[in-house]
Design a protein around this ligand. Structure first.
Ligand code: HEC
Length: 188
């Protein structure tokens, strides 16, 4: 009897640990070491959000198509990244994020950029999963892409439709249609 319960407990533990990545079609790796990233390192916040689930399926950041999410995206970038990467991603202690040069070339894909932010790179670029939840990481990424000043030919993260609609960064803050209140941001 005791043995049976033990087996049942083991089986349910296996199911529980399998949940966060069960639907993931992509595999995430540390940008520098190539070691697999463990999404369980991050708390549960944001993992149920539609945009994050879609990202795990496709490796693409759904927030790139959501102008209403830019205000939130900018707020997160300014809070978590601009101190080291500059107000408009021009670079400071950390490298510029608004041009087409990448120390780690995979950062010109959504998957690569997520990997760098979630798992960190070297030196001051530590893992960000304690500061931003997984959904907030996708949002901050959308603002990084919005600030891009390079040519659209080098913007590997843009799909065909996004390429057709591409506008270089105008240097302006994200619009906040309802005064100081952030517009509703969700992926439809
Ligand atoms: C404490 C300072 C600091 C903070 C905060 C920080 N970074 Fe960094 N970041 C760095 C440094 C330094 C590097 C260079 C590390 C390396 O080359 O391995 C870096 C590297 C990067 C790279 C790789 C760039 C390339 O050329 O391949 C990306 C992307 C990046 N950071 C994005 C972010 C984002 C987005 C945030 C906010 C969520 C953030 N960083 C927060 C310091 C920081």
């Amino acid at each position: 009897m005791i043995r049976k319960m033990w087996i049942a407990a083991l089986a349910s533990a296996a199911v529980m640990t399998a949940i966060p990545t069960a639907n993931a079609a992509i595999e995430l790796h540390n940008t520098v070491t190539g070691e697999p990233l463990n999404l369980d390192d991050a708390g549960p916040e944001g993992k149920d959000v539609a945009a994050f689930k879609e990202f795990l399926e496709t490796g693409k950041n759904p927030y790139l198509d959501q102008p209403n999410c830019l205000a939130k995206a900018q707020e997160l970038y300014l809070g978590a990244c601009s101190g080291c990467h500059g107000h408009v991603g021009e670079g400071k202690i950390g490298p510029a994020l608004n041009d087409s040069y990448w120390t780690y070339p995979d950062n010109n894909t959504d998957k690569g950029l997520f990997e760098t932010i979630f798992g960190g790179a070297s030196g001051q670029m530590g893992p960000m999963y304690n500061l931003l939840n997984v959904d907030e990481i996708l949002l901050a990424m959308a603002w990084v892409r919005h600030m891009y000043t390079g040519s659209k030919e080098d913007a590997a993260w843009l799909n065909e439709k996004q390429l057709a609609n591409f506008k270089p960064f105008d240097g302006k803050d994200a619009p906040k249609p309802q005064g100081d209140t952030l517009p509703e941001c969700k992926v439809d």
